[in-house]
Write a protein that binds this ligand. Structure first.
Ligand code: GLN
Length: 556
């Protein structure tokens, strides 16, 4: 993994905004943190965002996607929480591993320092040495980004044992920089169905729990199904010890991209300026408003099926696992002037015949995301085959590209036993093989953080669909894989019509496979994950090319 260089830019004081959650998880702390960042950037401040996850895991790479949601990958190859994707999208920025920490990473660093005699013989204690390390990391990230404002989201909710040391770090930072640290509590106000009334008491408890950690919220964001009324605003202010204007109403919205504008209506930017002793500035939200206006268009809608294998979670359907893909699809649809309807299709349902393949006919395009292992794979391959034969636009991402190559080898080249070594190392034709440098890592059980990760360059074939989409020959995209197209099969596959239109600069690794336009309206797969670089204000060119093909298919 490439490390981010640490620049030594002394710039003090940077302002810190801690975002913590109360009452329940999943209330949208990440979106709140991202929206605050956007509003402060719109005021001309340089903002960077940090996510703290209380797990022992050193990164999110070893976590099962159905447990944790999407693993987001940064340019520097760091595997982190999906909230980092929200930060990059809202702030239109590129973050580094300095912007993410877990309990495991902090402890690992403390232990490394201890082994290295950096504590100069003193007792190394959980408190204060662990919070000190947290503060050190926050300051490093702020310095590296040369930030005026650093937003730090602490995962979980207040009152959990897991995040106590992070809150302690935040408290310590506040004692040192009284005017430069703000606390935002994102709380939830339930409306019990038998009462039909919005209740503030859980928020009062959350605020008190925060107090017991020595922290007073400066701003309370009141999430709820509906907007906060004046009476409840007053109540929260009175019992949670904040001025009334520091209570921000945050009702559910259709699109997360409305949130910054809603916050702005409740003057959160001005409140932050007051709390942090910042000069009062106007927010320039012209570009964002333009984008948000586009999200409302969509009398015409493209219908996209995401055929994946990580959707099942008990009786619930998880779409969080593919959040960057869903967002990338939306940006490109809005950009193309249409709305979008996305269906999550569980590939295992094709295998069990719960649903027929022909159900895919009703979609204007099909996407197969990345993934690992055997389950649901034959269902995916049959969906890809259907898309190829029925000429439905198809876009395969990472595993989606590898499986597209396997499908082609099986059904066009006639290599019936074609497979990836990941699933069947004894297959007659291993068309997707393990990358050379991965073999040793697997043997030594060095599994975490050891895939081919992060940004690598690729060169595109002139005149290909990929080249026309990017309008460039040289590109850089983010990766996360152990396997690759087996070069021994490149020539036969090409002879059978598949075009490898993107290669690593040394020509050794296949980065993009596509069928020429004369054979299919859009049949393209990438070894990389373009979804990680799609931004609201800068949609990804391949997603846009795919959506355009879907619109054509729909109007056909
Ligand atoms: N399992 C495949 C590999 O390791 C694809 C990974 C992915 O889709 N991210 O190469």
């Amino acid at each position: 993994m490439k490390k981010a260089p640490i620049k030594n830019i002394e710039k003090n004081p940077t302002k810190y905004i801690f975002v913590v959650g109360g009452v329940i998880s999943g209330v949208g702390k990440g979106i709140a943190a991202s929206s605050i960042g956007l509003l402060m950037e719109a005021r001309g401040h340089k903002v960077t965002s940090i996510k703290i996850d209380p797990y022992i895991n050193l990164d999110a790479g070893t976590m099962n996607p159905t447990e944790h949601g999407e693993v987001f990958v940064l340019d520097d190859g760091y595997e982190c929480d999906q909230d980092m994707g929200n930060y990059e999208r809202f702030l239109n920025t590129t973050l580094t591993e300095l912007n993410y920490m877990t309990t495991g990473r902090v402890y690992q660093q403390v232990i490394n320092k201890e082994r290295n005699l950096e504590y100069k013989g003193k007792n190394v204690e959980v408190v204060p040495d662990v919070p000190f390390e947290v503060i050190h990391r926050i300051k490093e990230a702020a310095k590296f980004a040369n930030a005026d404002i650093t937003i730090i989201e602490i995962g979980g909710t207040v009152g959990e044992y897991q995040n106590v040391l992070f809150l302690e770090a935040a408290r310590m930072l506040k004692t040192k920089h009284q005017n430069d640290v703000a606390f935002v509590l994102v709380s939830y106000l339930p409306v019990p169905s038998n009462l039909g009334e919005m209740k503030t008491k859980p928020t009062q408890y959350a605020s008190r729990t925060l107090n017991s950690a020595g922290v007073q919220a400066d701003i309370i964001i009141a999430r709820g199904a509906t907007a906060l009324d004046q009476k409840r605003k007053e109540k929260i202010a009175l019992f949670c010890n904040v001025p009334e204007e520091n209570v921000i109403s945050a009702p559910d919205v259709k699109s997360i991209y409305d949130v910054p504008l809603n916050f702005e209506k409740d003057k959160i930017g001005e409140t932050i300026e007051r709390v942090l002793h910042l000069p009062k500035r106007e927010a320039n939200l012209t570009k964002w408003k333009k984008f948000v206006a586009k999200t409302k268009n969509g009398k015409e809608k493209v219908k996209i099926a995401v055929v994946g294998k990580y959707f099942d979670s008990g009786d619930f359907v998880l779409s969080d696992v593919y959040i960057s893909i869903l967002e990338a699809l939306k940006f490109s649809s809005y950009e193309s002037g249409v709305g979008i309807e996305i269906a999550c299709v569980n590939s295992k349902d094709f295998e069990s015949k719960k649903i027929p393949l022909s159900m895919l006919k009703k979609y204007d395009g099909i996407i197969v995301p990345g993934g690992f292992g055997e389950s649901g794979i034959e269902g995916i391959i049959s969906a890809i085959s259907y898309a190829r034969r029925e000429k439905i636009p198809y876009f395969g991402l990472c595993y989606g590209m590898q499986l597209m190559v396997i499908e082609y080898a099986r059904n066009v080249l006639g290599l019936k036993g074609a497979n990836t070594r990941e699933i069947n190392p004894n297959a007659s034709d291993i068309v997707i093989d393990m990358m050379e440098d991965q073999k040793e890592k697997i043997e030594k059980k060095k599994m975490g953080g050891s895939m081919r990760l992060g940004a690598y360059p690729a060169r595109l074939l002139k005149g290909s669909i990929a080249n026309k989409a990017y309008g460039a020959i040289d590109i850089s995209e983010r990766h996360r894989h152990r396997y690759e197209v087996n070069n021994a099969y490149r020539e036969p596959l090409e002879k059978a019509g598949l075009v490898f239109s993107g290669l690593s600069p040394d020509g050794k690794l296949c980065e993009i496979a596509e069928l020429p336009l004369k054979d299919h309206p859009f049949f393209l797969g990438t070894q990389f994950h373009p979804e990680f670089k799609a931004r609201p204000l800068d949609p990804h060119p391949l997603f846009t090319a795919f959506i355009k093909a879907c619109i054509n298919n729909k109007n056909k």
